[in-house]
Design a protein around this ligand. Structure first.
Ligand SMILES: [Zn+2]
Length: 349
């Protein structure tokens, strides 16, 4: 094990050779939590593969409350396997993830959402870390980058990419059969890393879903054991593609409640709002109860900035209903995320 203390927010650790077993075990400890504590901060772990000409990158923990990727990396390192190609694991918000209780902080208080920092200016600490991650990817020129996340509510896994070609579809198919292709630019890692290398974001499902852990673990296994990911370019992958989902937001970060109506909330969703992540939302399903000015406090702008709220939704008996069947993604049940980011993403079916 060699440690290089670069003048960077991202520490580098190289694990190679079979005689490193004891040091590897010491670094890993007895759990993913101990492993992250031992890392102490944002870290890139280098693992030598059978084929050292090619590198594959897995980035995870851009959000500290999304454990599936970090647990999969821990399990992979623990297994002592040698990947097919060189592998680099980037574990980003280790500080947020190890702040007690473990995996409960998306980012540390007062800091920006790291997955909105992959665009200039890179001035603050989070921006600098984002820049260091992009710098490492540029330096490595890997074959692919997978950025692994959990959705904030429970739900099925899906991929997100900004390009739709066989490379991105093949990469997604290692993890899931649903791919969202978006023209929306928010400052996420894939937006700039894509300039160097095919990148997909994989949302494994909710942080507490057992299925998310399996998707992360098995997908990582496939990613690192495939001799060639992009070999079968003529093959038709069973991946369903969804274009440009729209975000449902509240205007001016207006409040969102769950379960019980509160006085300040413009909309109150059911406690189990995550159930909307499964299947299709039909016209007779009430999404939430609106306050008197609730409907006009909502916004659903598409990637061109065009307001589409009244086209997809209507108010009926004080409730918000879809006008057409909708496929929704990333429904949160976290009032902070709903207010500051969005309630969910949707696509008209
Ligand atoms: Zn995330």
């Amino acid at each position: 094990m060699s440690i290089e203390q670069a003048p960077s927010q991202l520490r580098r650790i190289a694990l190679s050779g079979s005689d490193q077993q004891a040091q590897r075990e010491k670094l890993l400890g007895n759990s993913a939590e101990q492993f992250l504590n031992n890392l102490g901060g944002a870290t890139a772990i280098f693992l030598e593969g059978e084929n050292t000409e090619t590198t594959r990158v897995l980035c995870t923990l851009l959000h500290g409350n999304e454990p599936s990727g970090a647990r999969a990396v821990y399990d992979y390192l623990h297994s002592g396997q040698r990947p097919c190609t060189n592998a680099v694991f980037i574990l980003a918000s280790v500080d947020a993830a190890t702040t007690q209780p473990y995996f409960s902080n998306r980012m540390l208080s007062g800091k920006r959402d790291l997955n909105r920092c992959f665009k200039p200016p890179f001035e603050d600490e989070q921006g600098q870390l984002a820049k260091d991650i992009l710098g490492l990817i540029n330096e490595l020129q890997p074959e692919c980058v997978v950025d692994m996340h959990n959705t904030s509510g429970s739900g099925p896994a899906f991929g997100v990419a900004i390009k739709e070609d066989t490379l991105h579809i093949a990469l997604t198919s290692l993890f899931t059969n649903d791919l969202i292709v978006t023209d929306l630019r928010l400052g996420a890692l894939m937006e700039l890393s894509e300039q160097d290398v095919p990148t997909v974001t994989i949302e494994c499902g909710g942080p507490n879903d057992r299925s998310s852990e399996i998707i992360a673990q098995e997908g990582l296994q496939r990613l690192l054991s495939a001799t060639s990911i992009f070999e079968d370019t003529g093959e038709s992958y069973p991946v369903k593609i969804y274009h440009n989902p729209i975000r449902l937001e509240t205007i001016g970060d207006a409040e969102v409640a769950y379960g019980k109506m509160t006085s300040g909330a413009v909309i109150t969703l059911p406690e189990q709002a995550e159930k909307f992540n499964y299947g299709t939302l039909t016209q007779d399903e009430c999404i939430g109860n609106l306050s008197a000015s609730g409907f006009i406090s909502l916004s659903a702008k598409d990637h061109n900035g065009k307001e589409r709220l009244a086209e997809f939704f209507e108010e009926r008996d004080g409730g918000l209903y879809p006008k057409h069947p909708l496929k929704v993604f990333m429904v949160t049940n976290n009032p902070f995320i709903a207010r500051t980011d969005c309630l969910f993403y949707f696509i008209g079916e």
